[in-house]
Design a protein around this ligand. Sequence first.
Ligand code: MG
Length: 266
Amino acid sequence: MKRIALFAAPAFCFSITLLAVDFAESQDPAQKSPGYDDGPMLPGQPWRVHDNKRPQPAKVVSAQTPGGPPSDALVLFDGTDLSQWQRGDGEAAKWILADGGMVVNGTGSIETKQVFGDCQLHVEWATPESAQGDSQGMGNSGVFLMNLYEIQVLDSHSNISYADGSAGSIYGQYPPDVNASRAPGEWQVYDIVFTAPRFDDNGQPIRAARMTLLHNGVLVHNNREILGPTTHRNLPPLGGTAVTGPLSLQDHGNPVRYRNIWIRAL
Ligand code: MG
């Protein structure tokens, strides 16, 4: 294994590439892994400590550019087209494509054609530089997991609204732990790890949905339990049986922009 240089970004990227090639060339499916067959069993796992029969993790090539999609991600939007998206009524998505992003334009919220449950999601967004309106009327949009659970998108740089409706909030339930908002017009990043709820055969919840969120690289929700679908001035109970659903982006009437959206089903 080659040494990874950490002192300069270009050197780091180059070294990661070397590492990936090095690893790939060293893999032989018939080759027994180094390890042992006499270690103690791991509780709840069919493996021993350092088990030499334990399968290697699948190889994933990370992006050369920070925030870019790794090799096993599904790219939902790369700035070129809306082919992965539709309106809630099944009609074609009509948001505007401009400057490598898509812009909310009053034609309605859009959702992915595919459904997702447990996932890692990367979304970049920007509220309008003009910063018009106030409270919930300033740069409002939202990222809905399973079309049910909203992470609020809002201009919260200098705009005050109710705390559990600010940018990075799980809408109506939890404000972000801190406000990591950038200025209006600047690109911002949500990195999300989402665990869908689980239900028994009678539709009774076994486990609530959970979410971890980094806003511009800052942890603002750490494995937070979601109480139920997010709505305005209400708190519906967790119900139904859905463990997957489309990812949707909200049209709240403000020209919010999105770019570089990718997802990894977990
Ligand atoms: Mg919203």
